[in-house]
Every structure is written in structure tokens, then in C-alpha cells.
Design a protein around this ligand. Structure first.
Ligand code: PXG
Length: 283
């Protein structure tokens, strides 16, 4: 495995960064999780654009232009000769002094890892997933905006811990108004009477690349899409519910807080999206 760190390549054993990196000390940095299908990087431009936007939002300067970072990502993918893989692209604030001040850090660090990822067991895609709503609220947009894909994932990890300890794989997170936002690491969709619904970005969610792909696919199929203020009630009475994410792809949901969703089996709209998504990523 060849790991890229700020312009150089290292074997896994030798891929190390400083303990004074503010990415480690404070979770100060941003990242992307990107899929590679048959040697092609899916939606690389969209992921890079979001990465630079996340960096901008935290006043972090990525030390190379977007075109160069794109070349370096592609170079790292090709060196690793893994036709179907997952890219973890990380920008850390860099090495600095102890203390929060990010401006003591000389230059941001860039890390590119290409490896495998399996978020959920394979049978989940056939049978569907159970979710629970957790007590940990999604970060307030006015505090740590969920639109920033930052290295500080404790909010999501706390939710994930609650879900796992409740015996399910994923959590539904509400915002401070008690409205549905997203899952710990995925966006959330519901259908009712043929209409596709997802919480609007202003509910405090990451603007997922897969979310946007699904919205686009729906519009092309002539399915009406609504970005809404979503309550748990909307989920309980939905015909179908599913999750989206780069790593997870599209995952059917069949139970929420003990309520069976629809008829308890992955629904037709969800199955069609899964089929079409596989088509698209391999096209
Ligand atoms: N919400 C959150 C909080 C996420 O972290 C998504 C939604 C889906 O966004 P994309 O752009 O991927 O459609 C994410 C993304 C991982 C992992 O290692 C997590 C994500 C993506 C890839 C890998 O757990 N989450």
C-alpha cells in the first residue's frame, strides 16, 4: 500500500505524522471519503469542491491548487492498483504549537489513503437495516456546521455509540428543534405516495454527494423530490426509507424505533435506485 503524505509516498508501516499535528490534537482539519469503481474515481470533482469549501469555512488553506490535488489523488489510486476501493483524503491543519491557535501551524498536511471499506454487512442491502433515533443531537449549524466535513466527528461517533449499544447499526440524529437531520454517517430519504423526501440542508446536514446523485436520478425519472422539514412522524408513516453515502451507497431501511417501515421489506423505489446507482457508478 502506498500512502501519500504531502507530496511523498510511504508504505503503510512508515506512513506517520507528527503528534503536534493539530488534526490529531484538536480534530482541526477536513476530509473526504470517495469511492473508486473499476479504476474510476466517482464524483471526484464534486468531492474536491466540497473539500475546498469545508477548508475555506474553517480558514484553512490547502497548500496546492485543486487541479494538482486531483492529479495527486489519481496518481495515488493508480499506484495502489485497487480497481474497486475507497479514498480517504485528509487535510490536517498541520504541525503547530500546543494551544488552539491554528495560525501557529506552518502548512496544512495532505494525506491520501486508498484502501477497502465495508460499512455494513452485505445482507443489509438485500434485507434492509434497522435504525433508532438517538438522544445525541446533531451539531448546531451555528456551532459546528454539519456542512463542514471536518475531522471532528465526535458528534457522529456519540450517535453511533448509542445506536450500536441499542443493538442496531445506524442512528437517526435530530437537530435542536427535534427535527430529523441525518444519520451518523449517511443522509436519509423517505418516500410516500411516490414522492421522494429528504431533510433540507438547513436542518443541519452534510450536503452529501450521494444525496445529490439520488436527487438528480429521481428528477430524471420524473419522481417529485421535496427537501423538507422532516419529523419522526414522516419516517414512521413513510412507504420506504433509505440511507445514502459514498461508502454506504444506498441502503434500505426497514425498521425505525421499533416501527416497521412500509411492509418491512426494501421497497420498489429503493431497489430501483440501488440498481440504477450501480449502473451509474460503473458507467
Ligand atoms: N452525512 C454525514 C454526517 C457523513 O459523514 C454523509 C452524510 C454522506 O455524504 P456523501 O458525500 O458520502 O454522500 C456522510 C459521509 C466513513 C465514511 O468512513 C463516512 C462517510 C462517507 C464515506 C466514508 O465512515 N460519510
Amino acid at each position: 500500500m502506498q500512502i501519500y503524505i504531502s507530496g511523498e509516498f510511504f508504505e503503510k508501516e512508515d506512513a506517520k505524522i507528527s503528534v503536534f499535528d493539530h488534526g490529531l490534537l484538536y480534530g482541526d482539519g477536513v476530509f473526504e471519503g470517495i469511492r473508486v469503481y473499476s479504476n474510476r474515481v466517482f464524483k471526484l470533482d464534486e468531492h474536491l469542491e466540497r473539500l475546498y469549501e469545508s477548508a475555506k469555512a474553517i480558514d484553512l488553506t490547502i497548500p496546492i491548487p485543486i487541479e494538482k490535488l486531483k492529479e495527486d489523488v489519481l496518481d495515488t489510486v493508480h499506484r495502489n492498483e485497487m480497481a474497486d476501493s475507497y479514498i480517504r483524503l485528509i487535510i490536517t491543519r498541520g504541525v503547530g504549537d500546543l494551544g488552539l491557535n491554528p495560525y501557529t501551524c506552518e502548512a496544512a498536511g495532505i494525506i491520501i489513503i486508498v484502501d477497502k471499506i465495508a460499512l455494513y454487512p452485505p445482507e443489509v442491502y438485500e434485507k434492509g437495516l434497522a435504525l433508532v433515533t438517538v438522544a445525541t443531537q446533531r451539531n448546531l449549524p451555528e456551532a459546528v456546521n454539519p456542512r463542514i466535513k471536518s475531522l471532528n466527528y465526535l458528534n457522529n461517533i456519540l450517535a453511533k455509540i448509542e445506536a450500536i449499544n441499542a443493538g442496531v447499526e445506524e442512528a437517526i440524529m435530530l437537530n435542536s428543534f427535534g427535527l430529523v437531520s441525518e444519520c451518523a454517517g449517511d443522509n436519509l430519504f423517505a418516500t410516500r405516495k411516490g414522492i421522494l423526501m429528504t431533510p433540507s440542508i438547513s436542518m443541519g446536514v452534510l450536503e452529501g454527494i450521494t444525496r445529490n446523485v439520488v436527487i438528480e436520478m429521481a428528477r430524471e425519472k420524473g419522481i417529485e423530490v421535496k427537501q423538507i422539514v422532516m419529523t419522526r412522524h414522516d419516517l414512521f408513516i413513510a412507504d420506504e426509507v433509505f440511507l445514502t453515502g459514498s461508502a454506504a451507497e444506498i441502503v434500505p431501511v426497514i425498521k425505525i424505533d421499533g416501527r416497521v417501515i412500509g411492509d418491512g421489506k426494501p421497497g420498489k423505489i429503493t431497489r430501483d435506485f440501488i440498481k440504477e446507482y450501480h449502473h451509474l457508478v460503473n458507467a
